[in-house]
Design a protein around this ligand. Structure first.
Ligand code: TXA
Ligand code: MG
Length: 349
């Protein structure tokens, strides 16, 4: 791949309109623009331009059969992209958009096959971030945008992460500060008979149940060995360079088990990283200990998760010992990401 000149701009209230109009120009001419959303940074291209979308796959090193999410800035943009908008789906859009809910629809013929990986469905969401919304609006097309990381690596929650992975591979990186949620959107399949969560995320099962009581979860979200319904879920994901083990169970048991591992691994001369929490960070006596937040406040843990995995890599850690969290609310998304980052290496204590 040829090296591209990458421009980096920091957005503030004084330059937002002017700079995003330039960003939109790049999109319209078939280029790549990385931008912040409320979940993680996205790598955007004109979603109706097959050639432009192809560049996303090249820049990320993404497998071709992994479909992309189309990002819109208003609900009217959805109609030409889908076969139909069922009543129930319309009320979900009213309730949760803009926000971290990606909805899967039956697709229309307008969408290039490269977006859907050959499926007869398409994933669409409206992000809740003023920079993202303006960029889409000025571009006048839906933006195809996966997370703006190299395929397989932890998702980017700051412009620095995007620069680490994509400098020289994209035309523009828009720095809008840290992303607020820190894990990706919930992917909800509304194209079949039963509403199905394919990826847990910002909008939780508990919340969705209030509006669609018959919603189910793809079993592969939580269980190893199940075949995922969403193509992207089958790949190694969110993975640091270091090996990783996740410890799940009661807090006291987690602390004991991690300390056992610290003893054994330091005898082998391994450089150990411990992903701890506020309540536990003083209970370990060796290794690089990073607290991701209080166990009482899982939103903060989600916010810090990917950045912490990247920090361990910067410190050349050999093995990360990570505390699991309770798998309710946003905790489910956290455990799903940890599970994948550790390639299913979870120890039940
Ligand atoms: O929060 C997010 O959703 C971020 C920001 C940038 O919007 N985007 C994101 O995109 O996480 P990506 O490409 O990293 O993940 C999209 C997920 C993948 O697991 C993909 O397989 C799934 O959505 N997906 C996309 N289209 C699908 C479809 N038609 N059927 C099933 N799964 C689909
Ligand atoms: Mg991704």
């Amino acid at each position: 791949m040829d090296k591209i000149q990458t421009k980096i701009i920091k957005i503030d209230e004084n330059n937002i309109v002017e700079e995003l109009k330039k960003g939109a120009k790049i999109i319209k001419s078939g280029g790549l623009v990385a931008f912040p959303t409320e979940t993680v940074y996205g790598l955007g291209a004109n979603g109706l331009d097959e050639k432009a979308v192809k560049k996303i796959f090249e820049a990320k090193g993404r497998p071709q059969d992994n479909p992309l999410i189309l990002h819109v800035s208003n609900k009217e943009q959805v109609l030409p992209l889908v076969e139909a908008i069922p009543k129930q789906v319309e009320s979900l859009m009213d309730k949760f958009w803009p926000g971290p809910l990606t909805i899967i629809f039956k697709r229309s013929n307008l969408i290039p096959d490269i977006i859907t990986g050959g499926l007869d469905t398409v994933a669409i969401r409206m992000p809740n971030n003023p920079i993202a919304l303006k960029l889409i609006e000025y571009s006048q097309v839906p933006l195809a945008a996966p997370s703006a990381n190299t395929s397989g690596k932890p998702s980017p929650t700051s412009a620095t992460h995007v620069i680490e992975d994509l400098y020289g591979k994209v035309n523009l990186i828009i720095d809008g500060g840290n992303t607020g949620i820190g894990v990706e959107s919930t992917v909800l399949d509304m194209s079949g008979n039963i509403p199905m969560i394919l990826r847990p995320g910002g909008i939780t099962l508990e919340i969705l149940k209030k509006y669609i009581p018959n919603v189910q979860e793809d079993l592969s979200i939580i269980k190893e060995g199940e075949t995922p319904l969403s193509p992207g879920q089958k790949y190694r994901h969110y993975a640091p360079r270091a090996d990783m083990i996740v410890f799940n169970g009661e807090v006291e048991d987690i602390i004991r088990a991690i300390n056992d591992y610290i003893r054994k691994l330091s005898q082998d001369g391994k450089k150990i990283g411990i992903m701890a929490t506020e309540e536990t960070k003083n209970k370990y006596n060796n290794g690089l200990i990073i607290s991701v937040g209080s166990r009482q406040d899982k939103s903060t843990i989600a916010y810090n998760l990917f950045n912490t995995l990247r920090l361990f890599d910067k410190e050349n850690i050999d093995i990360i010992l990570a505390e699991g969290v309770e798998s309710s609310g946003i905790g489910k998304a956290i455990m799903n990401r940890l599970n994948k980052a550790a390639s299913g290496n979870i120890i039940q204590v």
